[in-house]
Design a protein around this ligand. Structure first.
Ligand code: AP5
Length: 213
């Protein structure tokens, strides 16, 4: 089962993908997380993309496509995948077609007001990327990861200025993918405003209704 999670920053794609990967038995592949891991280990790629991520701009298509293409060649995707954050441009969507066929594109919808609230309150564990929210999904001890106890941080691209840029980039570069995938008959809208568990349940229901296994 090959699924794409599409939607604006902060809509909850990563949070629901983490729940859905267990429910569906397929890996969650986040292009943003792949880049953040490269930054953390200080690889040449990580050094090249660090400032781009911090500002909320997109990494160039060529680099991103090659990086994701390589990841989709790993054995754990034999039964399918949840691709979160890729494709993000028409060029990436066209390239993806050449090496993998998505079966459904889940379009997360959420108002801008809620997007801002979710992003401003997000905190992450640096070693795993595990997500929290200071109000909606707080850790057991404020400021620290539940499992490792490490101090949580705010992602550099969750500062107000970068968030606003990411929203602009989304509207300009990524939103056109909604029409692109609608024309291909692959698009399924998902209301991302309820709790993560409820969004997951809606997703699983939608997939059953559409006969996607
Ligand atoms: P990426 O990591 O993909 O960032 P994004 O798309 O902006 O998505 P986010 O991770 O911000 O949001 P999300 O929808 O996953 O929300 P989350 O579940 O965390 O990309 C980062 C950067 O990498 C890009 O800016 C770019 O530079 C680069 N990049 C990545 N892919 C690229 C590509 N294809 N091409 C070029 N460049 C690329 O939730 C947000 C918060 O809300 C959390 O705190 C969470 O706890 C909370 N929350 C989630 N769901 C709910 C809910 N239902 N109710 C209440 N709170 C909730």
């Amino acid at each position: 089962m090959n699924l794409i999670f599409l939607g604006p920053p902060g809509a909850g794609k990563g949070t629901v993908a983490d729940l859905a990967k267990d429910a569906l038995g397929i890996p969650h592949i986040s292009s943003g997380q792949l880049f953040r891991e490269q930054i953390k280990i200080g690889s040449p790629l990580g050094k090249r993309v660090e400032a781009i991520l911090k500002a909320g701009n997109l990494v160039d298509d060529e680099t991103t496509i090659e990086f994701v293409r390589e990841r989709l060649g790993h054995p754990d995707v034999a039964r399918g995948y949840i691709l979160d954050g890729f494709p993000r441009t028409i060029a990436q969507a066209e390239a993806l077609c050449a090496f993998s066929r998505p079966e459904a594109v889940i379009n997360f919808t959420l108002s801008e007001e809620r997007i801002l609230r979710r992003l401003e309150g997000r905190r992450v564990a640096p070693s795993t990327g595990r997500n929290y929210h200071i109000l909606y999904n707080p850790p057991k001890v404020a400021g620290f990861d539940d499992e490792t106890g490490e101090a949580l941080i705010q992602r550099p691209d969750d500062r107000k200025e970068a968030i606003l840029n990411r929203l602009e980039v989304y509207l300009r570069e990524t939103r056109p993918l909604i029409d692109h995938y609608m024309e291909k008959g692959l698009l399924l809208d998902l209301d991302a405003s309820p709790s993560p568990r409820e969004v997951l349940d809606q997703l699983l229901l939608l997939m059953r209704e559409k006969g996607i296994h």
